[in-house]
Design a protein around this ligand. Structure first.
Ligand code: FAD
Length: 383
């Protein structure tokens, strides 16, 4: 398989450890967590932290493994084998959404206190950007952090926050100035134990049901100034960079998730007899499956190209946006098409394909909708 060109024996050892973990410590519990509407993240992350899975790319000084983007890709490929989208998403929030900016722009104090705890799995993190009136248009957000001596007083609300009912800290983007433009925002680490933090409600969703999603409210929450990540006024820029880690994490989740679902569907239609023959004998279905596998391979190779760009220290915003755009579309096509091949059985909640269909829908919306990806690509292409 072409993936072997990129991965050494050491990568494969990490892959095996992760695969074992997903097989033994995640998959047997997925049905229960889907039913409950959340995975027990403190327990799960503690176990993952002890095995080093939450700090693969991070500095050894803060408890990370100090490995590179290829190892991170192995981690993302393997968590994508969970039999739901919700748990991989919760893990990716911890590793690729709530912590990259702390690692890249945070002070030693923030890294020592929050990054270290997130890597060990002793604290659960969440990323808090979206608000009721600001999703695709991030700069429209209104949550305000007003500087008062050595604290920032935070007021406002955030919505659709993954891990939001369990988080110990939020990596949160707020306005720190009313001036127009992109230099009026700052990024903070907000401990949820502080007075003034409220969970307004836990949201009920179409899919990703093993991942908890919350609406949050801040009422005069006093954030210590030392919890600001990097420079005041630069938070929007930091968050745009942090989004690249978040969006990248969607790519392996798309190609592995789609590939696994195809394999499962093929196993089913090899056995399902329709008009006297196994359904797999229908050329139209075989060709459809092969079209998807070909597109999956393109997405995988684009992902590996992105890893090469990142390893060379080059900007990969355009390629990551392309991958997220294509990946979301592909995952939805495969989910819909595989469900169709299962017929009525696919429509039953007890079937993995029906969960896959519901979970897949998020990829084209979350972490920047497809249209937002298209706008970014068009801008970078100069039109
Ligand atoms: C399950 C779930 C988990 C989430 N987790 C988090 C989280 O942990 N943290 C967080 O901060 N946010 C989170 N989000 C929020 C997510 O990132 C936003 O929903 C997403 O960015 C879209 O914003 P919106 O919902 O406000 O849609 P809107 O901005 O209202 O856009 C609606 C639709 O308009 C279209 N559109 C948008 N822009 C354009 C354009 N330029 N051109 C043409 N069409 C356009 C798109 O199709 C889009 O879906 C989560 C969302 C969900 C559903």
């Amino acid at each position: 398989m072409s993936a072997n060109l990129y991965f050494t024996k050491e990568h494969e050892q990490v892959r095996k450890a992760l695969r074992d973990f997903v097989t033994k410590r995640i998959n047997p519990f997925v049905d229960e967590w889907e039913e409950k509407g959340a995975a027990p993240l403190h327990d799960l992350f503690k176990e993952m932290g002890e095995l080093g899975f939450l700090g693969i790319r991070y500095d050894e000084r803060y408890g990370g493994l100090g490995l590179d983007y290829w190892y991170e890709t192995v981690m993302l490929e393997e968590i994508a084998r969970a039999r739901c989208g919700g748990v991989p998403m919760a893990i990716a929030v911890q590793t690729n959404m709530a912590t990259p900016a702390i690692a890249e722009f945070g002070s030693d104090y923030l890294k020592d206190k929050y990054l270290r705890a997130a890597i060990r799995g002793e604290m659960v993190g969440a990323i808090a950007v979206t608000e009721p009136d600001a999703g695709s248009d991030v700069a429209a957000l209104r949550t305000f952090a007003r500087k008062e001596g050595d604290v920032y007083v935070l007021n406002g609300s955030k919505t659709y926050i993954t891990n939001g009912t369990q988080a110990d800290f939020l990596t949160l983007l707020a306005r720190t100035s009313e001036a127009p433009g992109y230099h009026s925002f700052s990024l903070f680490v907000v401990p949820t134990a502080l007075p003034g933090f409220k969970i307004s409600r836990k949201l009920d969703k179409l899919g990703m049901r093993s991942s908890d999603t919350a609406e949050l409210y801040f009422d005069d929450l006093r954030i210590p100034a030392e919890n600001r990540i990097g420079q005041e006024g630069e938070g929007f820029i930091y968050q745009m960079q942090q989004f690249q880690h978040e969006r990248f994490s969607a790519l392996p989740i798309c190609y592995i998730g789609a590939e696994e679902m195809i394999r499962e569907t093929v196993a089913y239609i090899k056995k399902r007899i329709v008009f006297g023959k196994p359904l797999i004998k229908k050329q139209v279905l075989r060709h459809r499956l092969v079209d998807w596998l070909s597109e999956i391979e393109c997405l995988r190779q684009l992902t590996y190209h992105i890893v090469r760009l990142k390893m060379a220290g080059q900007d990969a915003t355009k390629e990551i946006s392309m991958g997220k755009l294509i990946g979301g579309r592909l995952l939805n096509q495969v989910a819909d098409g595989c469900l169709q091949m299962y017929g009525g059985l696919g429509f039953m909640n007890e079937m993995h394909v029906s969960r896959f269909f519901r979970d897949a829908r998020l990829i084209s919306i979350g972490a920047g909708a497809s249209e937002v990806m298209s706008d970014i690509i068009a801008k970078l292409e100069g039109f």
